[in-house]
Design a protein around this ligand. Sequence first.
Ligand SMILES: Cc1ncc(COP(=O)(O)O)c(C=O)c1O
Length: 365
Amino acid sequence: MKVPFVDLYAQYQDIKEDIDSAIEKTIRTSAYIGGSAVKEFEKDFAAWVGIDHVVACGNGTDSIEILLKAYGVTAGDEVLVPAISWISTSEAVGSVGATPVFVDIEEDYFSIDPARIEAAITKKTKAIIPVHLYGHPADMPAIMAIAKKHNLVVIEDCAQSHGARINGKAAGTFGHAASFSFYPGKNLGAYGDAGCMATNDSAIAEQVRMIAQHGQKGKHNHLIEGRNSRLDGLQAAILQAKLPHLNSWTERRIANAARYDEALKGGKAGLPKTRPGSRHVYHLYVIRVADRPSVQALLEQAGIETAIHYPTPLPFLPCYAHLGHKPEDFPVATACRHTILSIPMFAELTEKQINHVASVIKDAK
Ligand SMILES: Cc1ncc(COP(=O)(O)O)c(C=O)c1O
């Protein structure tokens, strides 16, 4: 039995009529840039998150960079980021001329470890970017307390955590602002690149909108040199058509994770944990296995796709070699490096597929 890592076509088949008519309407009205679909999606996604302002942009990487700019983060500043994430989190820091400072992650939850944050703060530190990695929320109450004490800006990287919550409060509403990605494979994914900034701060919302639209405030009134980072009308229409399904897709991911938990119970693989009071939305279901190459090979032979998120912790990527980090600087990220394994996770996964994946993992020596 073949089990793909994700199956975006299965999702499309379930909502084909809505998607096809959204695309047809965009073409019929030629609303390719801006237009009502973008405005409506911004309004509806803000309501879905429970935040005052959503400003759409080209992708999640841009949204982090634009937010950093809006908060005035620039050359000479330092920004704390977790040692494990997709490169966008640290890359955006470098893009505004600042320096990413890596902090090790929590052993159980893979997010920036609040207990290690204060040791990384210097006079140059301006911001923290917690990442709700794999869909599990970072420890935002602890992070916000530290940020308040040291007067730091907090930008939540919600690329993998649409709908994650801590004690009922949505990821993205704890920090000063949040960044979302709608890359196709995300829990809410477009059919190309897409992203947004979200905040309760109306001045920041206005600033990021201006930066993303060539520094314009009103047509041809360029107050600053900004950039071009727009959500196109087709992507907005597709996201708008998908948004009403996001709650049920999230519930199905959570149910699939519970099936995996049950089927893998008692085996040798370490299973994902959820902090009490938190809602994990399982963008990824990441297990830990001692002999990853052999488990991965067995799964591949059985027709099951897997992936590693991510094979190299950020501080050890070639682009950060100049920082001279050693494995012992990040003991938890280093320990995860060779054991983490992402197994298939998406809403349409069937019980049969889950049981098949679990039985191969359980049979591994
Ligand atoms: C944790 C994290 N941050 C940022 C991004 C950047 O998003 P995008 O690919 O839309 O630029 C991604 C997704 O790729 C991500 O997984």
